[in-house]
Write a protein that binds this ligand. Structure first.
Ligand SMILES: Nc1ncnc2c1ncn2[C@@H]1O[C@H](COP(=O)(O)OP(=O)(O)OP(=O)(O)O)[C@@H](O)[C@H]1O
Length: 336
């Protein structure tokens, strides 16, 4: 076991029992986070990104069956932990922020109340001490006039400022792992860039380890150090950000890269959307889940889930074809 390992997920499977059907949301995911990491989990809606991290956080309801070979945070085994111990870890060791901060904030309570509540729940501080720390935290996440902002209500904050409050609340207990689930999806492009910059600063200056969940590969380019590409409950490809952007191997990763919105000219149009829909996880196909949308799919792809093929110490991909074979196929298509 590596000493600097923060999180280990080994062969995680999460299944929901609902309406007499089983939804296999996560089908054997393995990944890790090391000290200093910013890991992005990228994939279209419904690929299992959020469920993967909610399984780790213990945030799923009774209808979820979570199984894994190993699930460790800071060398502590999450699988054998009691609900009480897990609750203690949440906030203190790992915290999660979501797309819509409004759902996590009580509209009738002032921002200061929310901050002080979190601080006092996890740390033995007096009200005055907690208030001081809260103001300091709000300042740290770039909220101007933090002291007077403490006495305002959530609706008096813009979307970007509310997301900053959520980040400040998550940071109150100095968790070692911050999981940000689509933190910028509801924000406009400029504010989105500011929040991503804030996450980067927290990683560099506060040694905060981060997992960023997003459907948009474009968002992670400037932030993530490593990327996991998810589809149909499986990791389809993983690699450093450079590997994924410079030498993507899986046809799904390549399709996602082609679909990055081209914003330089101010347009929000998708370059080349991926045709078709993600498979239902209630009845996932026996083979590669991308088979119905992949331009290189063949009969062989339907037979079983391909195993991961390693291309370097850091990059591997789940496709029956090698990178060279796929390059060749792409070249032939272009020549047509
Ligand atoms: N509580 C639940 N009960 C039943 N099914 C669920 C539950 N939560 C998620 N699912 C299903 O699990 C699958 C994976 O969902 P998940 O939220 O992880 O996707 P995602 O990749 O994060 O996409 P999104 O960005 O849309 O949340 C989906 O088919 C979803 O409908």
């Amino acid at each position: 076991m590596k000493e600097n390992r923060v999180l280990t997920i080994d062969n995680l499977t999460t299944t929901f029992e609902s309406h007499k059907q089983k939804i296999q949301a996560v089908r054997g995911v393995s990944l890790h986070v090391d000290e200093g990491d910013i890991l992005a989990i990228v994939g279209e809606s419904g690929s299992g990104k959020s469920v993967t991290m909610k399984s780790v956080m213990g945030l799923l309801g009774e209808n979820a069956d979570v199984q894994a070979d190993h699930l460790e945070l800071l060398q502590k085994d999450l699988l054998s932990m009691s609900e009480k111990e897990k609750r203690k870890m949440r906030g203190k060791d790992m915290a999660m922020i979501f797309q819509d901060p409004m759902t996590a904030l009580n509209p009738l309570k002032k921002i200061g109340y929310h901050m002080i509540e979190v601080l006092r729940r996890h740390q033995n501080l007096s009200k005055a001490e907690a208030r001081k720390v809260a103001i300091d935290m709000l300042g740290k996440v770039g909220i101007p006039s933090a002291e007077s902002r403490m006495d305002q209500y959530p609706h008096e904050f813009s979307g970007g400022m509310r997301q900053r409050v959520m980040i400040a609340m998550a940071l109150c207990c100095q968790p070692r792992l911050l999981i940000a689930d689509e933190p910028t999806t509801a924000l406009d492009v400029t504010i989105q860039a500011q929040i991503l910059q804030l996450l980067k600063q927290l990683n560099e200056n506060e040694q905060m380890n981060i997992i960023l969940i997003t459907h948009d590969l474009g968002v992670v380019a400037s932030l993530a150090k490593r990327i996991e590409v998810m589809y149909g409950g499986l990791i389809m490809e993983e690699g450093t950000t450079e590997e994924i952007f410079e030498h993507p191997t899986h046809p799904y990763t390549r399709a996602l890269l082609h679909a990055i919105p081209k914003c330089e000219s101010g347009c929000r149009e998708r370059l080349e959307p991926i045709p078709g829909m993600a498979p239902s996880l209630a009845n996932p196909p026996a083979g590669c889940p991308f088979v119905t949308r992949c331009r290189f799919a063949c009969e062989e792809c339907k037979k079983g889930i391909p195993s991961m093929r390693a291309y370097s110490d850091t990059q591997s991909s789940r496709c029956i074809f090698t990178k060279e074979e796929l390059d060749e196929k792409e070249k032939k298509e272009e020549e047509k």
